[in-house]
Write a protein that binds this ligand. Structure first.
Ligand code: ZN
Length: 369
């Protein structure tokens, strides 16, 4: 391990070592060392709004528990350091698929900004399809979206006839949800038990949440307080049983130790559920409509183009002015400064979208014995 570069050595208050979240073992093997620096595109996107971001660069480690095989980031950011990231007013998730955005003068530079309405209305129809498959609705099925962010899923769930509610740790996003989406008291900031005391929900959803949480076992345990015997939980996360992980390993898009603290598989999710009082009922693909090869290929090509612009185009055109005329025709009327900003919004080279790599795991409370 490179001690000089390790973030722990730079600032002891930012990082922590942890034992396995599932089985509590302290025995683990080093699997990957990931260099997080300003030249890593996904770090670029992520780091823009973070104060003291120099503390957040260095060599990170991803380890595997010797006992239960859980793959996790260790050491990792402490909770407060991570929270400062999620309280940023920019959206950190989402994707920007079309590289032509780089050269289109008419596009908004802030493609991930909260104020850019157009990009924040994904169609969540497939999520409702999965929910209805497992939990066919009675009249006014109640639904809690944990980690609801800007509240778009809660809004669509209401439109779909659910009695929908949401909770999130980001004050900014809850404010957006309450004011801009007019969700008012349907979305709350803070902890689940405090936001919704003394009530239960039929459905609890965690979309892209569990891999970011510091203590998934404690979170799933705490869900029991807002669950009844027939409550179903829907947990979406990327899986290391996926084809794309097996193909790309360390270069897999989701290997991102600054944000992703856990990399689950079928067996570790099952174990996590079991140890927090839930029974795994099944798993399903998160987007059945994107299962075609052409879409995978397009995403690989776009990913490589993104990579080219970030790794080759940007450094050359900014450092070697002599090459600039070669690239200038592509830029139309976009200044270097805007170009740089747009490059920061792009996804890294190995991004292949949600092709067989994200799954929804469905669980129900374990029957009392
Ligand atoms: Zn373990």
């Amino acid at each position: 391990m490179n001690i000089q570069q390790n973030p722990v050595e730079k600032n002891v208050t930012v990082m922590e070592y942890v034992s396995c979240n599932i089985c509590e073992s302290c025995q683990y093997d080093l699997v990957y060392q990931i260099d997080v620096n300003y030249n890593v595109m996904r770090y670029y996107r992520y780091a823009r709004n973070i104060p003291n971001k120099e503390n957040m660069t260095g060599t990170f480690s991803i380890v595997r528990c010797k006992r239960c095989r859980l793959l996790f980031t260790n050491p990792r950011f402490i909770h407060d350091a991570q929270a400062s990231v999620y309280s940023s007013n920019r959206i950190l998730g989402g994707n920007w698929k079309n590289f032509m955005y780089l050269f289109d003068q008419a596009q908004n530079d802030e493609c991930q900004d909260l104020n850019n309405e157009k990009l924040l209305h994904p169609d969540y129809g497939w999520k409702f399809d999965i929910i209805r498959d497992y939990a066919p609705g009675k009249e006014k099925t109640s639904l809690l979206d944990l980690g609801c962010g800007t509240g778009h899923f809660v809004l669509q769930a209401l439109e779909q006839g659910f009695d929908a509610w949401g909770v999130d740790i980001s004050q900014d996003r809850i404010r957006y949800a309450q004011q801009t989406l007019k969700l008012e008291d349907r979305v709350q900031h803070g902890k689940i038990e405090e936001a919704f005391p003394n009530r239960t929900f039929d459905i609890i959803t965690l979309w892209d949440v569990i891999e970011h949480i510091h203590d998934p076992k404690a979170l799933l345990n705490s869900l029991k307080q807002v669950a009844h015997s027939q409550t179903h939980i829907f947990v979406l996360t990327m899986s290391i049983d996926s084809i794309t992980y097996k193909l790309f390993r360390k270069r897999w898009n989701y290997i991102n130790p600054t944000q992703h603290l856990f990399y689950f598989s079928d067996s570790t999710i099952r174990e996590l559920f079991a140890r927090s009082g839930w029974e795994l009922l099944g798993k399903t693909m998160d987007d059945s409509r994107s299962k075609n090869f052409l879409r995978l290929l397009t995403k690989v090509i776009i990913g490589q183009l993104n990579n080219f612009f970030f790794q080759v185009y940007a450094p050359i055109s900014s450092k070697f002015k002599i090459f600039k005329p070669l690239f200038k025709p592509l830029q139309k009327k976009i200044s270097d400064e805007r170009m740089q900003k747009r490059l920061e919004n792009l996804y890294p080279g190995m991004y292949v979208g949600r092709y067989h790599d994200n799954f929804v795991f469905i669980g129900r409370l374990k029957a009392k014995t």
